[in-house]
Design a protein around this ligand. Structure first.
Ligand SMILES: *Cc1c(COP(=O)(O)O)cnc(C)c1O
Length: 218
């Protein structure tokens, strides 16, 4: 049996997202195109998909700038860890950086934004399961860090992002992320991937980051 096309996957996902969203809840689908070809991205673009997620600056830099020329509505998200020495390139390239997770990155991004005259929208990534191997600001430091980011970036700090621990029920983690966003008055909640986006929408996601359910396995 032939596997479904990118167009079919996108159509099915959009229908599912619409059916799960509650009144007044707008959920943006971020198509995670890491490791996938420019051709795959172009196929999604031709279906009207404009928001994409990449987890490496170099890979995004190779794929996306030529596509911007033809698709000015393109909305590119960095969803992987950012090294301070790549801050300037990231500020040039991305519309949203979802992985602001440590104080040194605040300074690096502020300096890069100053030089570039451009500041992407920003999300704080919280290490919502306090897992040692995962990036994200530790839970205990998150409130203070969010306040520092807000003081530095104002409304460009748009919300919070998290990846719950693998193999556990993600719902309590999603709910905590949404509660913290509420508490800080932050509108964007980036939670949910191919395997758990339905639970994330139920918890109050405003952005889901879906890769394999669109482009196939990596
Ligand atoms: C790869 C990745 C995704 C998408 O994962 P899928 O399971 O393929 O949907 C979402 N978020 C982040 C941070 C990722 O690195």
């Amino acid at each position: 049996m032939q596997s479904p096309s990118i167009a079919e996957n996108l159509a099915a996902l959009r229908a599912r997202i619409t059916s799960l969203s509650r009144f007044g809840q707008h959920v943006t689908l971020i198509a995670v195109s890491k490791t996938k070809s420019t051709e795959a991205v172009m196929e999604a673009l031709s279906c009207g998909q404009m928001a994409f997620g990449e987890n490496r600056v170099q890979e995004a830099a190779a794929k996306f700038p030529p596509l911007r020329a033809t698709h000015p509505e393109l909305d590119l998200h960095l969803i992987g860890p950012l090294q301070t020495n790549k801050a300037r390139e990231a500020v040039q390239l991305f519309d949203m950086i979802e992985t602001l997770d440590r104080p040194r990155l605040i300074d690096a991004l502020a300096a890069a934004a100053e030089r570039e005259g451009r500041l992407p929208r920003l999300l704080v990534q919280i290490n919502i399961g306090d897992e040692p191997q995962k990036s994200g600001i530790p839970r205990a430091e998150a409130d203070r860090f969010i306040q520092d980011c807000r003081a530095r970036f104002g409304d460009s700090l748009a919300g919070l992002m998290a990846i719950p621990p693998l193999g556990l029920d993600p719902m309590p983690y999603f709910r905590e992320l949404v509660a913290r966003a509420d508490q800080h008055g932050l509108p964007v909640r980036s939670i949910g991937m191919s395997g758990d986006f339905e639970a994330a929408i139920e918890a109050g996601a405003t952005q889901v980051r879906v890769g394999s359910a669109i482009f196939g396995s990596r």
